[in-house]
Write a protein that binds this ligand. Structure first.
Ligand code: 2HG
Ligand code: ZN
Length: 477
């Protein structure tokens, strides 16, 4: 800085000098979208928002904030289901948007990797992979807004976990800005790399409590050359599981997604979402969506789809089925599943329970939870749906029609406890793919106590000794 200019003294001045006018925003209208989560569960306050343009700027900004003891809240697409990316009400936590770190650094169809920055939207990453003739398989409803940094920080799952694993399984390397501002460049693109602790796995799923993921090397796969989607009315939860097993036993590698929907959920979608009518004639209590895909040009997926559905119809597990005959029809079938969160939002207040159990226990989970929830809140509507093929069910509960939404939501913890009692009994997890965030901060004490939680606290203390990274998330404040 030239000598004739005043030297910044306070943190704000220093950050302003470092990041420039587009890198630090403080007008209330600029801050507002970053202070609340999209579900509207939390409304925080903040002195200003940082929007660094690259990892070097972020690293300098983090160093300055660490020196001043300022707490930082990493934010990607702000699509967290658990309030994981918004500051608290103190007005002291500084949100840091990674939206400007949005370069696709490299797509390599020989190594089958792509190197992308944290602010790249998941859909854009999928498109870049497709343009190179490859597939980036992570896929879920929020993919048009969620960012790579966010999905890695939460270890997101989505629809294709059954075939390709969660976000964690897709990461080969990471670049991370640590809480003291140092940059760890671990952007290796190796399939084999046994050089000590696999540090990247600490940052994936850490929900921004250990530092900022700024870029990642992600795995790519061969693109699908054939795909088939069927929407099926099924006889029961058990019939849905049995149908999944029929497909998996026939060809495990072809099952890209297997989703469950309840009759209540499909009815809500038909009622609240334009153009999402039931695609089969039979109105049932349970539905399944199966998505098959193969990179082989001669996979014969239509034959497989028809043969398995035929078997299941004969066994009276499937009551009715519609197979999508074109890309548009396949998308229309998927839409009924993907509109579940939106239909539930339009129908009133919901308590969401993102839980997982061993796949074999999914029917029991849904039955027992639905029964317990109906007894707990008379008139409420259990709406279980989701990723049956990997054991992750969204065991959601919609408010009774005639109740005040706030009174219903005031019972959220009671409702979550009722679900979690069943989940525990079945050997499951109270947080499958959305993370802990603020909504569930504190449950680790109960679910991961003893040496496991002790190790987590020690890791946190070793990497972020001042506790400045995303405080109040994952662990209670
Ligand atoms: C999905 O599978 C998302 O659509 C959202 O994980 C689930 O709204 C939900 O509970
Ligand atoms: Zn989901």
């Amino acid at each position: 800085m030239p000598d004739d200019q005043p030297r910044p003294t306070g943190l704000l001045d220093r950050l302003q000098a470092l990041l420039g006018p587009s890198g630090l925003l403080s007008a209330p209208e600029d801050l507002a979208p970053h202070l609340t989560d999209w579900r509207g569960l939390y409304r925080g306050r903040a002195p200003f928002l940082l929007r660094p343009a690259n990892a070097t700027e972020l690293s300098e900004a983090v160093r300055l904030c660490a020196g001043a003891g300022a707490a930082l809240v990493p934010q990607g697409g702000n699509t967290s289901m658990v309030g994981g990316a918004v500051p608290d009400e103190s007005g002291l936590q500084v949100p840091v948007s990674l939206a400007r770190l949005n370069r696709m650094r490299d797509v390599d169809p020989v190594d089958m990797t792509m190197t992308v920055e944290a602010g790249v939207v998941v859909k854009a990453a999928q498109d870049a992979a497709a343009a190179a003739g490859c597939l980036f398989p992570l896929s879920f409803g929020g993919e048009g807004s969620a960012t790579v940094g966010g999905v890695l920080s939460t270890n997101a799952g989505g629809n294709t976990t059954v075939r390709y694993g969660n976000a964690r399984e897709l990461v080969l390397g990471l670049e991370v800005v640590l809480p003291d501002g140092r940059v760890w460049n671990g952007l290796r693109r190796l399939r084999k790399d046994n050089t000590g602790y696999a540090l990247r796995h600490l940052f994936v799923g850490a929900e921004g409590t250990l530092g900022f993921i700024t870029a990642a090397v992600l795995r790519l796969f061969p693109r699908a050359r054939e795909s088939e989607v069927a929407f099926c009315a099924v006889a029961s939860e058990e019939a849905a599981l049995s149908l999944f097993r029929r497909f998996r036993d026939r060809d495990e590698t072809a099952v890209r997604a297997f989703e469950y929907m309840s009759g209540a959920g499909v009815d809500l979608v038909a009622r609240h979402v334009a153009g999402a009518a039931l695609p089969v004639e039979t109105r049932a209590g349970h539905y399944a969506l199966v998505d098959l895909a193969s990179s082989r040009p001669d996979a014969g997926l239509r034959g497989m789809m028809e043969a398995v559905l035929e078997e299941a119809l004969e066994a009276e597990e499937v009551l009715d089925a519609a197979i999508g005959g074109s890309e548009a029809q396949r998308a229309a079938l998927w839409r009924i599943r993907e509109e579940h969160p939106e239909a539930q939002r339009l129908a009133g207040a919901s308590v969401k329970n993102d839980v997982s159990v061993p796949v074999s226990k999914t029917p029991e989970l849904m039955r027992r939870c639905s029964e317990a929830l109906r007894a707990l809140v008379p008139g409420s509507v259990p709406v279980p749906f989701g990723h049956l093929g990997d054991g992750n069910i969204h065991m959601n509960l919609l408010q009774p029609e005639d109740t005040d939404p706030a009174a219903f939501l005031a019972r959220s913890h009671e409702i979550m406890d009722a679900v979690n009692a069943v989940v525990r009994d079945l050997g499951g997890s109270p947080s499958a793919e959305h993370g802990i965030g603020r909504l569930k901060a504190g449950i680790l004490e109960e679910w991961r106590g003893g040496p496991e939680l002790d190790l987590m606290h020690r890791i946190k203390a070793a990497i972020d000794p001042a506790g400045l990274m995303n405080p109040g998330k994952l662990f209670p404040p």
